[in-house]
Every structure is written in structure tokens, then in C-alpha cells.
Design a protein around this ligand. Structure first.
Ligand SMILES: [Fe+2]
Length: 244
């Protein structure tokens, strides 16, 4: 099935490519990915192409960080799925809000800040996604207790959420969302280290910074294959300048 980004008016990476990647990385003895994942990602792609692509990148990057952190393939694979679903609550937000240029009003921020719990509420309708609800609900919490929506402290935040949070930060800084310019990788590296222990756990911030240097900006190795098959993806941030 060919998906089109409504706001970009061009075809984008097929959900089948993502589910194939999940199957390829699935550790032996693990149950296949929940069927609801493809369903929700398809709905997200149709609602907002930018959030869809962001979710694929966050999922893949969070998987890579989880594997580097613990070396546990099964846990990393579950983090991948949770990452794919982390922003699913944005299905309930108007596209005009998601694409609004410039700062949000206090009322708009209030709506935006509901998306983690909205996502968990939405995913709760699918019995095969129960395992992922806590990670979705807490993906904007911070170790220093200044996150949202519940201002949890680090010990209360699911490990999956901590991984998704740092992967999401990197992808947001790398990509070109409609409302902000991308950052150079060197600036992202510095931002990660500056937020170590407050915005992200010190270990994850360091790991994400090292991963940025080692692996570069691409979180999705299948991106080139998607392009060859006729899909197109907006490129990740400026890679032309030498980094470190
Ligand atoms: Fe989010």
C-alpha cells in the first residue's frame, strides 16, 4: 500500500518496511509484533507525515541505544515498538497545531502536553499493546522531575521512556520539523552532555552523544531502500559540515 504525506503531498516510507524491519530484528522465541502497531502507524502516517517519520526514527534510534546500554535483544526490541508508538497520542491533535510555526499559546501547550497520556489511553483500546502503555505515557518525563505530565522522578520513570526521551530529543534536533530549523550535530552533542543528569540520565545522554558521533544522523538503515522503492523521506539535518 502506498502512503502519502497529506501535508507534503508525496509518497513516504511504507509501514510494511517498518514491520519487516521489526520482524528481521525480532529475537528468536519472541512473539511477533502486535498487529495494532501497523494499524496505528498507518493512521498516524495519514494524519501527520512528520510525526509518522519522527516515530520511525525515534523507534529505531531507541532500539540502538537500548542494545548499546544493556545488550539485551528482547528488551531492545520492545523499546523499538514503544518508540514507534510513543507519539500516537498526536492522532488526537489537529494537524494545524502540530505544524504551527512559532510559539504555542498556553492553551495550545496544554493540548500538546496531553499527548503522552492520550497516547496511552488510545493504545489501551488494543489489548495487544498493554505492555507498552507505561512507556508511552511517561516519554516526556525527566529524571530531575521537571517533565510532564506527572513530573515523575527518575526511579519512577519506566526505563523504556528514558530511552525514548533521549532518542526523541536527538531526532527532534536532527530533523526539520515544520516549526523549527535543524541543529548541527556538534551542537546536538553539546546539548546532550549539558542535559546529562537533568533532562536525561547521565548514562543515556553520554551514550546518545557517543552514538551520534559513531553512527551519524541516520537512525533507519532501510531509508535508502525505501527511496529506491519509490518512497521519499525528508532528509535528516545538515550533514555537510564535518563533525568532531
Ligand atoms: Fe512526544
Amino acid at each position: 500500500m502506498k502512503l502519502t504525506v497529506p501535508d507534503l503531498g508525496k509518497p513516504i516510507l511504507n509501514v510494511d518496511v517498518v514491520t519487516d524491519d521489526l520482524l528481521r530484528l525480532m529475537p528468536s522465541g519472541t512473539a511477533p509484533p502486535p498487529a495494532s502497531v501497523a494499524l496505528l502507524l498507518t493512521a498516524l502516517a495519514q494524519h501527520d507525515g512528520h510525526t509518522y517519520l519522527h516515530s520511525l526514527r525515534v523507534g529505531r534510534r531507541a532500539w540502538r541505544l537500548a542494545l548499546a546500554l544493556e545488550g539485551n535483544e528482547e528488551r531492545a526490541w520492545h523499546v523499538y515498538i514503544a518508540g514507534l508508538l510513543h507519539d500516537i497520542g498526536k492522532l488526537n491533535l489537529p494537524r494545524a497545531l502540530l505544524h504551527k510555526p512559532g510559539p504555542l499559546t498556553p492553551e495550545e501547550w496544554q493540548m500538546m502536553r496531553c499527548h503522552p497520556e492520550e497516547g496511552a489511553r488510545l493504545a489501551a483500546f488494543a489489548p495487544d499493546l498493554t505492555l507498552f502503555l507505561p512507556a508511552i505515557a511517561a516519554h516526556h518525563e525527566r529524571p530531575d522531575g521537571r517533565g510532564y505530565p506527572r513530573r515523575l522522578l527518575e526511579p519512577e520513570i519506566p526505563a523504556e521512556s528514558l530511552l525514548i526521551a533521549v532518542a526523541e530529543a536527538v531526532e527532534t534536533m536532527l530533523s526539520r520539523p515544520p516549526y523549527a530549523p535543524a541543529m548541527a550535530r556538534e551542537a546536538i552533542y553539546r546539548t546532550l552532555l549539558a542535559g546529562a543528569g537533568t533532562r536525561w540520565t547521565a548514562r543515556l545522554a553520554t551514550l546518545a552523544a557517543q552514538d551520534l558521533v559513531r553512527a551519524g544522523s541516520s537512525a533507519m538503515p532501510y531509508e535508502a531502500a525505501g527511496r529506491a522503492a519509490g518512497s521519499s523521506l525528508p532528509l535528516n539535518g545538515p550533514d555537510s559540515s564535518p563533525f568532531l
